[in-house]
Design a protein around this ligand. Structure first.
Ligand code: SGN
Ligand code: CA
Length: 513
């Protein structure tokens, strides 16, 4: 009896040693999700109870930054832990070099089961994944086309639900003896905002307050903030507002930028025509009235601009409601499967987004709204619940953090830092005090000039190097970044300090002219 007991205990201990206890990783990334559209950050626009639940049970960052505020570059930085000029993907037109090391590939080699599900947008075939099912290009909200491990498949339905089904299915079918790492990448809430059938029109009775800077006149920033094409007033009537153009009517707005010169006249028609008859009927049941109201209106410039803003918010936020619901579905599934404790769940977006601030939609600029990304991390085994951190973390840090938690050596040439000290000891950690940024896509969509810069806790220095313009902002006195004080003698010392920070950062990250 005694002997058999001992044997049982031994077997248990051995079994436990053999079990792979490394954490699972679920990296959730939406596309263009502004912090302000998550109620854990700001509850004035929308309620996101499931994303908020993650924040309550984990850590939320208030100073999390992207190194290059645009889709494909952000993804390449996240995968490699290296800046755009090092990983080779500077803007959305570049193709990702899949032969370079990425964290999913290193994890796969270390025994993890890896999956890439959803928006990829890197023009390359994913490498380092046991399973990949990626959207074609930017992806469609309805009846999207996927490339699935080499096959082409069209799924009828709504993209946010479909991607989540894929994630749950992958977990369901996994090998339970090995940890997994899933990149769970939504299309939503990227343009052109098409809500799920069940959410169409849900904000019809809301009047969203205009942001304080909606009527920014770009004084002191004429050649930078003032010289772009991403103003709400220019949003497309068809593509963005879902107004059916009349026979012979041309799209009257530029909506995408002077340099792309895109005739958007048929773009909403194409999206609408791709819906099934029953999906069309649901769209019509709400948008027909919107069309009527618009046609019967006689808006002046200001009224039109504000009407567009309301229409923009309605559809953008409704897309997020589906994201939040699906996150809830996944979190419930993790609970049922008893996976929550040993799974690192990250919620973030490929960049921030303008929700009318400075009169804009889109991103690209180093100004706060698009430079920041929402970031929430839950890992009950190691991270205390309900922490809010103002540490300067970056998307550059994801790769080393995941490798660190997986117990894999972090390659020397990775430029980010493992966030582990910040996550586990937020009060006492010794951490970076500045972040470096670099945006390259010009001329292109929305016409934002190339720029790089550094941000410290109190100041931000930006260099629009192609047009020879410097900007300096005092973030305490001027949080909306309206007043460029670069040439203000009162800021002579600050300017010198920030210029030094800028040169040091460029040297540290090996940025060449
Ligand atoms: C599309 C959008 C742009 C957007 C880029 C980049 N136009 O081209 O408004 O800036 O994507 O977005 S659309 O009419 O095609 O929707 S990113 O998130 O992929 O970088
Ligand atoms: Ca994006």
């Amino acid at each position: 009896m005694k002997k058999s007991c001992l044997l049982l205990v031994l077997a248990f201990l051995l079994g436990n040693c053999a079990a792979d206890r490394r954490p699972n990783i679920i990296y959730i990334m939406t596309d263009d999700h502004a912090e302000r559209a998550i109620s854990a950050y700001d509850s004035s626009l929308i309620r996101t109870p499931n994303i908020d639940r993650l924040a309550r049970e984990g850590i939320r960052f208030t100073n999390s930054y992207v190194t290059n505020s645009i889709c494909a570059p952000s993804r390449a930085v996240m995968l490699t832990g290296k800046y755009s000029h090092i990983n080779g993907l500077r803007d959305n037109r570049d193709r990702f070099d899949g032969s370079q090391p990425t964290f999913p590939r290193i994890l796969q080699e270390a025994g993890y089961q890896t999956a890439m599900l959803g928006k990829w947008h890197l023009q390359s075939t994913p490498v380092g994944f046991d399973t990949w099912k990626i959207l074609h290009g930017q992806g469609s909200y309805y009846n999207p086309l996927f490339y699935e491990n080499g096959d082409t498949v069209v799924h009828e339905g709504y993209v946010t639900d479909i991607i989540t089904d894929m994630v749950i299915d992958f977990i369901e079918k996994r090998d339970k003896d090995r940890p997994f790492c899933i990149l769970y990448h939504h299309k939503a809430p990227h343009r052109s905002w098409m809500p799920a059938e069940r959410h169409i029109g849900m904000f019809r009775d809301r009047k969203f307050p205009l942001p304080e800077t909606f009527y920014d006149d770009y004084g002191t920033r004429e050649r930078t903030a003032g010289d772009q094409d991403m103003e709400v007033r220019n949003m497309y009537l068809g593509y963005d507002m879902k107004i059916h153009l009349l026979p012979g009517e041309k799209e009257p707005y530029s909506g995408g930028g002077r340099s792309i010169n895109w005739d958007a006249t048929n773009s909403w028609k194409h999206l609408y025509d791709a819906l099934t008859p029953s999906q069309k009927a649901v769209f019509d049941s709400y948008y027909d009235q919107v069309n009527l109201d618009y046609r019967n209106s006689n808006f002046n410039d200001k009224e039109l601009r504000e009407w567009k803003y309301q229409r923009y918010m309605e559809d953008y936020l409704a897309c997020i409601v589906a994201v939040d619901e699906n996150i809830g579905r996944l979190l419930d599934y993790l609970d049922t499967e008893k996976l929550a404790k040993n799974t690192i769940v990250v919620y973030t977006s490929d960049q921030g987004f303008y929700l009318g601030e400075h009169g804009w939609f889109d991103k690209r600029f180093m100004y706060e709204e698009s430079f920041t990304m929402p970031l929430i991390i839950r890992y009950p085994k190691k991270i205390k619940a309900g922490i809010v951190s103002d540490a300067f973390v970056m998307n550059l840090d994801f790769a080393p953090t995941f490798l660190d938690y997986a117990g894999v050596a972090i390659p020397e040439d990775i430029q980010g830092e493992s966030m582990r000290s910040v996550l586990e000891h937020p009060a006492e950690s010794d951490w970076r005090q500045t972040v470096y940024y670099h945006y390259y896509e010009y001329p292109a969509w929305h016409d934002v000039h190339k720029h790089d810069g550094v941000r410290s806790k109190d100041f931000k220095l930006i260099h629009f190097y192609d047009i020879g313009v410097w900007e300096l902002f005092d973030l305490n006195k001027d949080p909306h970044e309206l007043k460029n004080v670069y040439d203000d003698p009162a800021y002579k010392t600050v300017r010198a300090t920030m210029l030094k920070e800028y040169r040091d950062a460029r040297e540290r990250y090996q940025v060449n002219d």
